[in-house]
Write a protein of this length. Structure first.
Length: 433
C-alpha cells in the first residue's frame, strides 16, 4: 500500500512538472510597455500596456525610412542644409555630416538606421519634399494607413517633443511592415557601416550598429536580424528587435520606457527574454499549404459529374503554442453556393478565413483547378415526343389548309367552266332558232 501511495505521489509530481513546463509564464520586463508579435500575422504572443502613450525616440526612424523607401530613389544624391545639420535636438546622435555635403539616399538611410544619425533623417525629408513638414505629414498619413491609432509624429528623427508620441503596439506594426521592404531589412541587419567618400569627407571611420543585442547575442534558437534602438531622457531606453529561427519563424519584440538602473543594458536583457520566451514556447504551424485541394464542389451545366477541385491560392502559417497545436483555430469557408459552367481555370470561387479566438489571422482565396465548358441540356424523351407531335400537327394543319385551298380553287374553276359552257349553249340556241 505504501509503495502504491509513493508511486501515485511521484506520478502526480511528474504530471504537475510537465504541465508547468508546457505552460511557461511569459517574462515580466521592468519596462513601461512591451509586446512580442508574430511577424507573419502580427498576432501578439505576450504584452504589457501595448496601447500606453510613450515617446518613441529614435525608433521614429523606422517610419522615416518607410516613407523614404516608398517615395525616393536610392541613387538620388541629396545635399545637406545647415538647418538639417543643426536641428538634431540636445545631444542628438549624428555622424558629423557637414552643410553642403552631398550623399546618396541609400547611404543616408544606412547612417540613419545603423548609426541612428539624426541629421540624416532631416536631410532625407528636405530633399524628398518641398518642406520637412510635408514629409512629416506623410509619416503620419502612412501611420494611419498601417492601422496606428495612438501615434503622432512631430519630427523625422525622434528628438523629444510632447506632440511626438506612439505606443508599443503601433511600433510593432511599423516594424513588421518595414521588414517587408527588402532594402530596409538589408540595412537593419548590417553590423558595421562604412560610408563612401563625399565632397566633404575624403574618408569615414567604420560605424558600428547601435543595436548591440544584434552584435553580441549568440544562441542556437534564433538569429537577431534588426531592428532599431532609441533613447531620450523623457523616453528612456527603447529597443525593437527582430529575430528568425532556422524554420523561418520570425518574431518582433518591442520594449519601451526602460528607466531603471543600468537601463541601457536592461533594455537588451528584456528584449532577449521576450525573444527567448517566444522561440522556446511557440512554433510555426502550417495551417494551409499553397496549391492544395481544399474542397470539391458541384458545378451546374457541367459535361461531367466529377465536380470541381478548389485550390488554395496561397499558404498560411501561424505561430502557436507548442503544446496546443491547432487548438483554438477556427476555419470558416466562404464558397459560392451556386457555381455553374462555364468556369475558367484560376477563377476565384470563394475564400477560407482562419480565426484565432475572434481575431482573423488570414484569408486565402480558393480558385478553380480547371476550366469547365458549358454544355446545353439534352432533350428528354417527353420533350422529343412533344416536339415530334408538334411537328405532326403542323404538317396536318398545313395539309388541311392546302387541301382546302385546292378545293376552293377547283370549285371556282369548275363553276367558271360551267358558266362558260352554259353561255355557249345559250348563244348557239339563239343563233339557230
Amino acid at each position: 500500500m505504501k509503495k502504491l501511495l509513493s508511486l501515485i505521489i511521484l506520478l502526480s509530481v511528474f504530471i504537475i512538472d510537465t504541465c508547468a513546463a508546457q505552460a511557461a509564464p511569459p517574462p515580466a520586463p521592468n519596462a513601461e510597455a512591451y509586446i512580442l508579435i508574430d511577424s507573419a500575422t502580427g498576432d501578439a504572443l505576450c504584452e504589457k500596456n501595448p496601447d500606453k502613450t510613450l515617446y518613441p525616440a529614435s525608433t521614429t526612424k523606422i517610419m522615416t525610412a518607410i516613407v523614404a523607401l516608398e517615395n525616393g530613389d536610392l541613387d538620388k544624391t541629396m545635399t545637406a542644409s545647415q538647418a538639417a545639420v543643426n536641428d538634431i535636438g540636445p545631444d542628438g546622435s549624428n555622424i558629423g555630416i557637414i552643410p553642403g555635403e552631398k550623399v546618396k539616399l541609400e547611404n543616408l538611410l544606412q547612417a540613419m538606421l545603423i548609426a541612428s544619425a539624426n541629421e540624416t533623417a532631416n536631410i532625407v525629408a528636405e530633399n524628398l519634399y518641398d518642406s520637412r513638414q510635408e514629409f512629416i505629414d506623410m509619416m503620419n498619413k502612412k501611420a494611419g494607413e498601417l492601422g496606428a491609432t495612438g501615434t503622432h509624429f512631430a519630427n523625422t528623427c525622434g528628438m523629444h517633443d510632447p506632440e511626438h508620441y506612439t505606443t508599443a503596439s503601433d511600433m510593432a506594426r511599423f516594424a513588421r511592415y518595414a521588414m517587408t521592404l527588402p532594402e530596409f531589412r538589408k540595412i537593419v541587419s548590417t553590423r558595421t557601416l562604412q560610408m563612401p567618400v563625399t565632397n566633404k569627407h575624403p574618408e569615414w571611420p567604420p560605424i558600428a550598429n547601435t543595436n548591440k543585442l544584434m552584435l553580441t547575442d549568440k544562441n542556437d534558437l534564433y538569429v537577431i536580424n534588426g531592428v532599431k534602438t532609441g533613447f531620450t531622457g523623457p523616453a528612456g531606453y527603447n529597443l525593437i528587435s527582430s529575430a528568425r529561427d532556422g524554420n523561418g519563424m520570425e518574431l518582433i519584440a518591442v520594449v519601451m520606457g526602460v528607466k531603471n538602473d543600468k537601463a541601457q543594458d536592461n533594455v537588451q536583457i528584456y528584449s532577449k527574454e521576450l525573444l527567448d520566451y517566444g522561440f522556446n514556447n511557440f512554433k510555426q504551424v502550417n495551417i494551409l499549404e499553397k496549391g492544395k485541394v481544399y474542397r470539391n464542389v458541384k458545378v451546374k451545366d457541367a459535361p461531367d459529374p466529377y465536380g470541381l477541385d478548389l485550390i488554395s491560392s496561397d499558404g498560411l502559417t501561424c505561430v502557436l503554442p507548442k503544446d496546443n497545436g491547432l487548438k483554438g483555430i477556427k476555419e470558416i469557408p466562404h464558397i459560392n453556393d451556386n457555381i455553374s459552367a462555364p468556369v475558367n481555370k484560376g477563377d476565384i470561387m470563394g475564400y477560407v478565413e482562419f480565426l484565432k479566438g475572434d481575431v482573423s489571422i488570414g484569408k486565402i482565396s480558393l480558385t478553380a483547378s480547371r476550366a469547365i465548358e458549358q454544355v446545353q441540356k439534352s432533350e428528354t424523351f417527353t420533350e422529343k415526343i412533344k416536339e415530334s407531335l408538334g411537328n405532326i400537327y403542323i404538317k396536318i394543319a398545313l395539309s388541311i389548309t392546302g387541301f382546302l385551298l385546292f378545293f376552293l380553287i377547283l370549285r371556282k374553276t369548275l363553276k367558271y367552266i360551267s358558266r362558260r359552257a352554259r353561255r355557249k349553249r345559250y348563244s348557239y340556241r339563239t343563233k339557230y332558232r
